[in-house]
Write a new protein. Structure first.
Length: 332
């Protein structure tokens, strides 16, 4: 990737004109760990127009719940309505090899071939929170490219998956019927984050079980606190069938109703402002840690402390403080 290939102003214009190749290369750029690439990426992000706002929908779910099938069916419905849909799918990376399967385009074959859709699989690269390191920046690029809806599919359900709520306008939790004590498995944290719980596979022999499961979760949601960013009947639980398409239109109507309410009440703007503050602090911490990690004096002290740490002769907190003090003295 040369600097000429990613001239910020020219690349931004191509993205805003809907150039898929430019968008793909720009997402590759923001995902790169190379310092030079990140300098180019920040210049590109600064050059993008900021007046385009897609509906960002975060989607998490238990393993085997059918997230890919749901996204394809839901996405096909949206593009059928004339909307442009981007899917940012995060695949888990191996902690041992670092590799990812990145098979989402294969699993969403029909949607991936639709001219109104764009699917981008990305490796999590062991980044915690259910999303990739630069999913937020990829979302901003898709917004600038004129997509109406951006679906952010997380790695899989868990207590750490809630980070997607800090980059989405709506957080949808997809669950399966008759899945045992899922309420305990999902935990209260992610339940409180969800704006909409969809019980998938409400078809065939599982339909009655899905209805019962939906009622159970609806009852659980009533026990949770009412949130000021919601109208009185949210959050709520619904049944859907990604295979048959049942419930998808109702789900989309509920999402649109919630978005409209939040915009009218000013919640949308306040949430986006809060998210910007959250990511500013996150980027600040990351930038400071990177500077600290690459500082020669601090790195030398860190290496010297490794043996003492392994032997238990020094507490990690004390060692960390010594490294920080070394870094600050070097910069004074």
């Amino acid at each position: 990737m040369s600097t000429a290939e990613f001239a910020p102003e020219a690349t931004a214009r191509l993205i805003e004109q809907g150039n898929r190749r430019a968008l793909a290369r720009a997402i590759t750029l923001v995902e790169s760990a190379h310092p030079l690439h990140w300098q180019q990426a920040t210049a590109l992000l600064a050059a993008l127009r900021k007046d385009r706002q897609a509906i960002r929908i975060g989607l998490s779910g238990t393993p085997g719940v059918g997230k890919s099938t749901f996204i394809e069916s839901f996405g096909l419905q949206l593009v059928g309505d004339g909307l442009k849909v981007a899917v940012l799918a995060v695949d888990p990376s191996s902690a041992r090899s670092g590799g990812s399967i990145l098979g989402d385009k294969t699993r969403m074959d029909q949607l991936s071939r639709h001219p109104g859709a764009y699917i981008r699989p990305s490796p999590s690269q062991t980044h915690l929170g259910g999303v990739a390191r630069r999913t937020r920046e990829a979302t901003a690029l898709c917004e600038a490219a004129g997509f109406d809806v951006v679906l952010i599919e997380t790695v899989g359900v868990g207590q750490s998956e809630t980070m997607v709520a800090e980059m989405a306008d709506l957080f949808v939790l997809l669950l399966a019927p008759a899945g045992g004590d899922e309420l305990q498995g999902v935990k209260r944290g992610i339940m409180e984050m969800a704006d909409l719980i969809l019980i998938n596979k409400a078809d065939g022999d599982l339909k009655s079980a899905a209805i019962r499961t939906c009622a159970d979760y609806a009852g659980a949601l009533r026990l949770l606190r009412k949130r000021p960013q919601d109208p009185g009947d949210f959050p709520k639980a619904l049944t859907v069938s990604a295979v048959e398409g049942a419930g998808l239109q109702q789900s989309w109507e509920e999402m649109q109703a919630l978005v409209a309410w939040r915009r009218a009440q000013g919640v949308w703007a306040r949430t986006r402002a809060s998210q910007n503050a959250y990511w500013f602090n996150a980027e600040l911490r990351h930038a400071l840690f990177t500077r600290l990690e690459h500082d020669p004096e601090a790195a030398a002290v860190s290496r010297k402390l490794q043996k003492a740490l392994q032997a238990g002769d020094i507490a990690p907190s004390v060692a960390a403080e010594q490294v920080v003090e070394t870094f600050l003295r070097a910069k004074a």
